[in-house]
Ligand binder design. Structure first.
Ligand code: FAD
Length: 442
């Protein structure tokens, strides 16, 4: 069987490689880190989570929860590593980022069918290839993709939030509590009185931002990952309906106007990220302004927030619904570069691309998961949305289709049931055709 080259060992590339080797197909993973490291990355590990450690809701009332369940049913390595490295985060699935990445790296590096090469790929290679180089695809490869696919890669801005050490938080102000006291009290909360909020707001909107390169100045900010200072500039109350929303977080007898939440970031429970505080402020300004948050006056920042250019393809012109390129049948794209948005969505597209590359090499038709599933809905969206309207898309019910109409309040449960049915059918079809997949060394 021909060896498949997977370029990029991020969330999508790692999952795609796993799906291939699980089916007995050898894989060459080419990853440029640590030789060349995009600025948002901090480690050499596979499947590094570059910002938040949350894979978002794990509830089947939510499209991203359904997407995760679909991946589990299709033997996802990313989901297995996430479930095994879970840290407390209420109904969200948050992970110890180091343990999660280590498990993915070890599983793949120790697999007998995996070869790993450290180098920057600058041109699309011949032979079966999955390109999963992410939103920070290196410039030379991006230029070659644009040239060969005849497309212009789009850019927008994305940002990451800072992380502080728990033992530097002042618990005479901060306290544990979950919103409306639902579930375990996993989040640390920092309440702000009116005067403190006014002072914080003034400093935030006037704080110095990091320089932008000239060519990046007119790029769009992705609404779902808006820097906190940008949100503040939209209006003094905007943050109070976003990351500083106090409802359900006030303690009895207290009336703060704002509450900032921090979420556990590692299993050892020593690091916490400031939820929703993605930022483009310079590092000294982050230290100065965020230290005005009650409880964080003496916080030690182990990682400051950063902002980055993101790239994605005009998928409709370049890709089929199976993540196969229109250029040649043995070239697939996966991950954020295809226009899906988020860790889970990127890994899910890698899962679909891996399964479908295996099928192409076995002389079978690639699978379309269909809009009854969250997996199929995101593939359908990117492959059918006009390039000029394409915005990177998180999993959501709006892009899924419910086959049997039902009452509004039944819809979420109906989506979950429908997805489970369709995924079971696909899994049984794959198992019947592949034989029980050989799962290799884990
Ligand atoms: P990546 O995980 O980025 O993996 C791509 C890999 O390809 C990298 O390891 C890279 O080193 C390698 N590579 C790149 N070019 C080459 C080359 N030429 N040759 C060889 N290797 C190469 N999503 C969320 O759900 N939550 C968040 O909080 C979040 N925050 C983000 C913050 C930032 C700053 C950015 C940039 C993105 C963020 N995202 C977030 C969006 C997105 O989900 C992640 O970027 C996700 O990691 C994408 O997965 P991927 O596999 O497509 O790419």
């Amino acid at each position: 069987m021909s060896k498949v080259t997977v370029i990029g060992a991020g969330l999508a590339g790692s999952e795609a490689a796993w799906q291939l080797v699980s089916r007995g197909i050898p894989v060459r993973i080419i990853e440029m880190r640590p030789e060349k490291k995009p600025e948002a990355f901090h480690t050499d590990g596979f499947a590094e989570l570059v910002c938040s450690n949350s894979l978002r809701s794990d509830s089947l009332n939510n499209a991203v929860g359904i997407l995760k369940e679909e991946m589990r049913q299709l033997d996802s390595l990313i989901m297995k590593a996430a479930d095994e490295n879970r840290v407390p985060a209420g109904s969200a699935l948050a992970v110890d980022r180091a343990g999660f990445s280590e498990e993915v790296t070890k599983t793949l590096k120790e697999h007998p069918l995996v070869e790993v090469i450290t180098e920057e790929v600058t041109e699309i290679p011949d032979g079966p290839v999955i390109i999963a180089t992410g939103p920070l695809t290196s410039e030379k490869l991006a230029a070659d993709i644009m040239k060969k696919t005849g497309s212009e890669t789009f850019h927008f801005y994305d940002a990451a939030a800072p992380i502080v050490e728990k033992d530097s938080i002042d618990f005479s102000r901060a306290y544990y509590k979950s919103r409306y006291d639902k579930g375990d009290a996993d989040y640390i909360n920092c309440p702000m009185e009116q005067e403190e909020f006014d002072a914080f707001y003034e400093e935030l909107i006037h704080a110095k931002c990091a320089d932008l390169h000239d060519f990046e100045k007119d790029l769009k900010v992705f609404e779902g990952c808006m820097p906190i200072e940008e949100m503040a500039r939209r209006g003094k109350k905007t943050m109070l309906f976003g990351p500083m929303k106090p409802v359900g977080l006030r303690r009895e007898g207290e009336h703060p106007v704002a509450v900032i939440q921090l979420r556990q970031d590692d299993v050892a429970d020593t690091l916490y990220n400031i939820v929703g505080f993605q930022t483009h402020l310079t590092w000294p300004e982050q230290k100065r302004v965020f230290s005005m948050i009650p409880g964080l006056e003496n916080a030690r920042f182990v990682r400051y927030g950063v902002m980055h250019r993101n790239s994605y393809l005009p998928a409709k012109d370049v890709l089929l619904e199976t993540y196969q390129s229109r250029l040649r049948p043995d070239l697939f794209f996966a991950g954020q570069l295809t226009g899906v948005e988020g860790y889970v969505e990127s890994a899910a597209s890698g899962l679909a691309a891996g399964i479908n590359m295996a099928r192409v090499l076995q002389g079978r038709e690639p699978v379309k998961f269909g809009r009854q599933t969250a997996l199929g809905a995101q593939a359908h969206y990117i492959a059918n949305c006009e390039a000029k309207n394409l915005q990177p898309m998180n999993a959501n019910f709006g892009i899924m289709v419910l086959e049997e109409p039902c009452h509004k309040r039944e819809r979420k449960a109906a989506f979950a049931r429908q997805s489970a049915r369709r995924i079971r059918e696909i899994r049984e079809m794959l198992q019947a055709e592949d034989g029980e997949p050989e799962r290799g060394v884990r």
